[in-house]
Design a protein around this ligand. Structure first.
Ligand code: HEM
Ligand code: HEM
Length: 209
């Protein structure tokens, strides 16, 4: 009877750990694998946008989705630090802890931004863009290594999840690339005036011929 009891306790604990790992995965996927890239696509939609109201809405979508993303990741962080072993002895764990910290730094620089037209704004934008893009890419890598860690721990296949995530990220990357080409694509139907034909090299996005 004693052995039976022991077995049951073991099963209950591993069931609990299983649940916690799955929740960890979902929280961080939703945060860094979904909200963060979507928020970046949103603020990029405002590039070259003239209408003040549209600009404001896109800014809010960016700010809200990014703050929500940081809060979700933080929930996941508190959970994982409470329930996992905190040994930080593999790439997934080490990169993960670094990200937990950096996303807060990024959100903080987002909130504490200088006004447009201010002297510091150019440097701020470069820093916010560079760190933001890097963090998002590292987040995507962490999700792949996380799915690997899940397989190592549970021996359950994560093939379908990996495919699903790859499809999602591929779509997001295609939209990201498309955003740069949108004006150019629209202007394909507009005839080039002969006098401007040669000066069209190196044109700015907004005045694309
Ligand atoms: C951006 C996304 C992610 C970040 C930042 C992250 C971060 C972390 C961190 C810091 C740990 C160590 C926790 C500790 O020991 O206190 C950890 C462990 C773990 N994570 Fe993630 N994670 C992410 C996504 C995922 C995903 C999508 C899965 C898949 C289900 C996953 C599965 C695991 C597993 C199984 C562990 C156990 C640790 C092990 O022994 O390797 N993670 N994660
Ligand atoms: C972890 C959170 C965040 C990430 C990963 C992030 C990422 C980014 C990225 C990559 C860009 C550049 C987009 C482009 O290529 O044009 C950007 C722009 C911007 N972000 Fe964030 N961001 C975050 C949080 C915030 C927060 C909390 C705010 C404000 C409350 C904010 C305000 C802005 C603004 C105003 C711009 C546009 C700057 C301009 O075009 O002059 N960000 N963000």
């Amino acid at each position: 009877i004693d052995e039976d009891n022991n077995d049951n306790i073991k099963k209950v604990i591993s069931h609990k750990l299983m649940f916690e790992i799955t929740l960890h995965g979902f929280l961080l996927w939703a945060s860094m694998g979904f909200l963060m890239p979507i928020g970046i696509l949103a603020i990029r939609m405002s590039n070259g946008e003239e209408c003040g109201r549209k600009l404001q809405i896109l800014f809010y979508v960016h700010a809200v989705s990014q703050i929500l993303s940081v809060l979700l990741a933080t929930t996941g962080a508190i959970m994982s630090i409470k329930n996992f072993n905190n040994s930080f002895n593999n790439h997934h764990q080490r990169l993960g802890v670094a990200l937990y910290g950096i996303i807060w730094l990024q959100a903080l620089t987002g909130v504490l931004r200088p006004w447009r037209g201010c002297k510091g704004r150019t440097v701020w934008f470069f820093a916010h863009w560079l760190l933001g893009t890097t963090v998002c890419v590292l987040g995507v890598i962490s999700i792949y290594t996380g799915l690997g860690a899940y397989y190592d721990k549970t021996s359950k296949s994560t093939k379908l999840w990996t495919i699903a995530f790859t499809v999602e990220i591929t779509v997001i990357v295609l939209i990201y690339l498309f955003q740069d080409k949108w004006v150019h694509i629209q202007n394909q139907g507009v005839p080039v005036r002969p006098s401007e034909e040669h000066s069209s090299i190196g044109n700015e996005k907004g005045t694309d011929k």
